[in-house]
Design a binder for this molecule. Structure first.
Ligand code: ADP
Ligand code: ADP
Ligand code: MG
Length: 673
């Protein structure tokens, strides 16, 4: 076994690998760029090496600097995590030459599977069912039309070197193919340095289901069952689960066999993932193989009890797999939600800045046998920079069945406090209540279909609205009782407080009566405009002013609500609802209704920068007329180029910056007449 390993990565995955290495008694070396000098993975490793400036190309992607860091620290092996150098065969060869072990597959397997065309050919030869299509590079648009005609529309044009959900384009007819082909080729060239594209059938309403495989250096390969990753945004995974509600034992066996056959065909000798796309009839087709640890590997670990990173380290050290296929069993259901620094209300644009508050829910095993696991690489007070992936944390829950895992995920998201950076926890919490998700009626189009306009919060209505109004009234009651018990106050006539309150959400309000049931429970009676009883809600909690999460039960059901105090009330978030809740007496409510609302600033004549980033290019000039939807400029942030478009027709009056400028959020980029 190794004595010391280097982790050629950052963020949550570096921290996760350190955790296993430590348990195995292996010393760890972290590497970091300038931007990550104070990052969590640096703090958690036994030692750390600075490898260069912030841009990944000069640090985390530099083979030379990684090998050098190993030499300097005496690390005997390298775990690459995912992304960066994890699927780079040149890196593996460079390590080989330096006599350092790679905790991943051999270079030939990476090469064979790194190319989508080549891997499809190998898969076909190994008897794996592949997406109908032609696994060959298409020379020109004429050949593309022939091939597409032959396969039958709709088709997908794909970059052979593509990855990370990029480099894919749908064509539903000859016209779309004509329009899209040249752009697909040039995008493939500019994004992946490889212009080859191929064409395959577009599978409609598909599910993404993948098989985790595990091989060793002695020719053994097993599989650890499937993960379903159909909840995607722009072909990138957001929520994953294991097992899949769509897969029965026979299908698991069939997919597992094919995945193992493919792994054996390429001499696979580490952890890897064989991805399939599955149509509504249950036919499954090979998509690609990822020759690395996958982001969503924790859900497999939770249901199988196998530490995949540990297995990777052991096989890299030459140990034969100690697990046989028949040893692999599945227990319960696990779900992972990726918590991203992004703004769902601004079309999921990345967000950066300081994590003013970062309070994840408690981890570990609960009394009902469920478990919460958090893989994160950040800490309160730390910063999310513009240079890397916007992943803040991976939140996983494990329960006895799917419903239980989903319920626990909903609660864990409700109590996950993140301030200072826009993030998608409320969005994920809303998805957990979505009836289609709850019934596992999902496909890769789920998010686009259910949230076509992005997400700007659920309305405080219905059952959830009633819960929030009740809790707001209950918290107000706690504060009022405090005010009644000022120490040193002389006995006298008790102050009589009215029990009626109005909870005002801004958009709607609810009249309630706050009553005690004599056993420490509060009853919040909801009244309609005529004073008739609409609902009678039992609230039990031990919230005290200052607590950021209200925890308790409403009508006997556990509820967690995030609380941020504001003037005359609270900002609450729960179940995807983010709302202000003002609590007034009836008199105050009458007067509050007379207060003029503050008008929002007029931003219709300016283009504001939606996130901190770098101005890449400006597409318009002063005096130019622009139409709605026309691109105005490109801002780079978090490895992504974001095109900012005109929100309405207008004429450019002023441009306040130039390419190369660094921008802060809400900087005025240009003004319109
Ligand atoms: P997973 O199934 O593990 O989520 P992804 O394809 O989403 O796999 O990629 C995992 C990580 O690697 C992401 O951070 C993604 O941005 C990055 N990545 C993978 N392939 C590429 C690529 N070819 N170019 C850029 N980034 C990539
Ligand atoms: P990447 O390397 O970027 O991960 P994949 O080939 O694994 O690329 O595809 C990523 C996602 O794109 C899939 O999970 C699926 O949602 C979608 N996709 C890819 N190929 C097809 C196809 N032929 N038909 C329908 N959807 C597809
Ligand atoms: Mg993929």
């Amino acid at each position: 076994m190794f004595n010391k390993i280097l982790i050629a990565n950052r963020g949550e995955i570096a921290c996760r690998i350190i955790r296993t290495a430590r348990r195995l008694g292996i010393a760890t070396v972290a590497v970091h760029s300038d931007a990550d000098a104070r990052a969590l993975h640096v703090r958690e490793a036994d030692e750390a090496v600075h490898i260069g400036p912030a841009p990944a190309g000069e640090s985390y992607l530099s083979i030379e600097r990684m090998v050098d860091a190993c030499r300097r620290t005496g690390a005997e092996a390298v775990h690459p995590g995912y992304g960066f150098l994890s699927e780079n065969a040149r890196f593996v060869r460079a390590l080989d030459e330096a006599g350092i072990a790679f905790i991943g597959p051999n270079a030939a397997a990476i090469e064979a599977m790194g190319d989508k065309i080549e891997s499809k050919r190998i898969a076909e030869a190994a008897g794996v069912s592949t997406v109908p299509g032609h696994p060959r590079a298409i020379a020109d648009v004429r050949e593309a039309a022939d091939v597409a005609e032959d396969i039958g529309y709709p088709v997908m044009i794909k970059a052979s070197a593509g990855g990370g959900g990029k480099g894919m384009r749908i064509a539903r007819n000859g016209q779309e193919l004509d329009d899209g082909f040249a752009r697909a080729v040039s995008e493939a060239g500019s994004s992946f340095g490889d212009e080859r594209v191929f064409i395959e059938k577009l599978i409609e309403r598909p599910r993404h289901i993948e098989i985790q495989v595990l091989g060793d250096r002695h020719g053994n390969v097993i599989h650890l069952g499937e993960r379903e990753c159909s909840i995607q945004r722009r072909n990138q995974k957001v929520i994953e689960e294991a097992p899949s509600a769509f897969v029965d034992a026979a299908m698991r066996d069939a997919m597992g066999r094919q995945a193992v056959a493919l792994a054996k065909a390429v001499g696979y000798d580490s952890a890897g993932t064989v991805e399939f796309i599955v149509d509504a009839a249950g036919n499954f087709y090979f998509l690609e193989m990822n020759t690395r640890l996958q982001v969503e590997h924790p859900v497999t670990e939770l249901v199988t009890g196998i530490d995949i990173v540990e297995q990777m380290i052991r096989v890299a050290a030459g140990e034969p797999l100690a697990i046989e296929q028949s040893d692999v069993t599945f227990d319960g259901w696990a779900i992972e939600a990726r918590i991203y620094a992004e703004d769902p209300s601004r079309n999921f644009l990345p967000s950066t800045g300081r994590l003013v508050h970062y309070r994840p829910p408690p981890e570990g095993l609960a009394s009902d046998g469920s478990r919460v696991r958090i893989d994160s690489g950040v800490y309160e007070g730390g910063e999310i920079s513009i240079y890397y992936d916007p992943l803040i944390a991976k939140l996983c829950t494990h329960g006895r069945d799917r419903d239980s895992a989903v319920d626990h995920m909903a609660h864990a998201l409700d109590r996950f406090v993140i301030d200072g950076i826009r993030n998608n926890t409320a969005f994920l919490a809303a998805v957990m209540r979505n009836p289609r998700w709850r019934s596992a009626d999902i496909s890769t189009g789920f998010l686009a279909e259910e949230y076509p306009d992005g997400f700007s919060g659920m309305p405080p209505e219905g059952r959830a609205g009633r819960i929030l109004a009740s809790i707001a009234a209950a918290m107000d009651d706690v504060e009022n009782r405090r005010k009644r018990r000022i120490s040193g106050q002389m006995d006298g006539r008790p102050v009589v407080f009215a029990s009626r309150r109005v909870v005002d959400f801004g958009t709607a309000s609810q009249r309630v009566e706050v009553l005690e049931d004599g056993r420490g429970l509060l009853r919040i009676v909801h009244l309609d405009a005529d004073g008739k009883i609409e609902a009678d809600v039992a609230v039990a909690g031990n919230w005290t002013p200052g607590k950021r999460v209200w925890e308790g039960e409403v009508d006997g059901v556990p509820v967690f609500v995030q609380v941020r105090p504001i003037l005359n009330g609270y900002r609450l978030s729960y179940a995807g609802i983010e709302t202000a809740a003002y609590v007034y007496t009836e008199t105050e409510a009458r007067l509050a209704a007379l207060m003029p609302a503050q008008a929002a600033a007029d931003t219709s004549r300016v283009l504001l920068c939606p996130m901190p980033g770098l101005m890449v290019s400006i597409a318009v000039e002063v005096g130019q007329e622009v139409k709605t939807g026309e691109p105005l400029c490109v801002v780079e942030a978090m490895k992504m180029e974001n095109i900012l478009r005109a929100e309405r027709d207008g004429v450019v009056a002023r441009i306040n910056c130039k390419p190369g400028d660094t921008l802060a959020v809400d900087d005025v980029i240009m003004e319109f007449e």
